[in-house]
Ligand binder design. Structure first.
Ligand code: ZN
Ligand code: ZN
Length: 309
């Protein structure tokens, strides 16, 4: 039986932009916190809850002097106030629940949690601005404010997230690393396999014709010829020896141009390879595609080149 080859990414492009509908659908369909290390997901979930509930919660202490002796002074609605106003019995300062937090100047609080949730899912600030109908400038301001709030909320989560926003090559999570290893093992298998069943009729009665590259066979069932890559997204892709390195560079977010320079591939080849390898990964290692899209959108400009670490 010929394996079904998903064609979803025939028009696949990275980074996702508003026009790349398939890419966006793919990202939206992924488990929302899957890019994060498993150990940090509860904290990320907590942070989202914090963003959703903070504006309507009550403060515990005075933001100016940390006194717990506080009282409600002006309930929301008084003089058109949007939030309950409190005062501090010790220092007499007036404040609300957002006073003294990085979120105090942000508007549209009903969109804070969705914003951060999209961000955790790997979308760029610009795309999220479009999704939520806010300006790019607001999206940038929110990004800074949320990063600050995250640092206050959980330093470990903040450190990991911040590291993975930088343009330096960042480490994969254990999960992504494992997927990458599996995927590379599969590529190696494709280059060494010598007993592939016929992809057309499923027959195992076949004969190896040449095993110089991507072993070629003759099927005794349907009489057709095929090789290890026939009917896979990687058919007719050359230079198998470069595949494992290519895959890693792609997944950690290198651009076509840079990969081309490193591996000596032309622009049209890197373009073709990207499409085909993403398609190859999509079927069994969607996390790697997710990771690629995310890291790629993050590394749009001023990418440092240099030895891989
Ligand atoms: Zn006070
Ligand atoms: Zn056959």
């Amino acid at each position: 039986m010929a394996p079904a080859i998903p064609q979803t990414f025939s028009t696949f492009n990275i980074p996702p932009t508003r026009r790349h509908v398939e890419t966006i659908d793919f990202l939206l369909a992924r488990p929302s916190l899957e890019l994060l290390p498993e150990a940090l997901r509860p904290s990320a979930r907590g942070f989202l809850f914090y963003l959703a509930t903070l504006p309507t919660s009550a403060p515990h202490e005075c933001p100016a002097c940390a006194s717990r002796s506080i009282a409600l002074a002006t309930p929301a609605g008084t003089h058109g106030l949007r939030r309950d106003g409190y005062y501090c019995r010790d220092c007499n300062k007036r404040f609300n629940v957002l006073s003294g937090t990085p979120l105090r100047l942000l508007r549209s609080e009903e969109k804070w949690k969705p914003w951060m949730s999209y961000r955790f899912q790997g979308f760029s600030q610009e795309l999220i601005a479009t999704f939520l109908g806010i300006s790019n400038k607001a999206s940038m301001t929110w990004s800074r404010a949320f990063m600050e709030a995250m640092a206050d909320y959980d330093t470990e989560l903040h450190r990991w997230w911040e590291d993975h926003q930088s343009t330096h090559i960042s480490e994969l999570t254990d999960e992504a690393e494992k997927a990458l290893e599996e995927c590379v093992a599969r590529l190696t298998e494709l280059s060494t396999l010598t007993d592939r069943h016929c992809p057309y009729c499923g027959s195992s009665s076949t004969q190896v014709l040449t095993s110089r590259r991507a072993t070629e066979y003759q099927c005794h069932g349907c009489e057709r010829r095929y090789n290890n890559l026939t009917e896979t997204p990687l058919s007719h892709i050359q230079h198998m020896e470069l595949w494992p390195e290519y895959l890693r560079l792609l997944v950690v977010g290198y651009h076509d141009t840079e990969i081309g320079e490193r591996l000596g591939l032309s622009k049209s080849l890197t373009n073709l390879w990207r499409q085909r390898f993403l398609e190859f990964m999509q079927a069994r290692w969607p996390l790697l595609v997710h990771w690629t899209l995310w890291q790629w959108s993050r590394r749009r400009a001023s990418v440092p080149s240099g030895p891989r670490t």
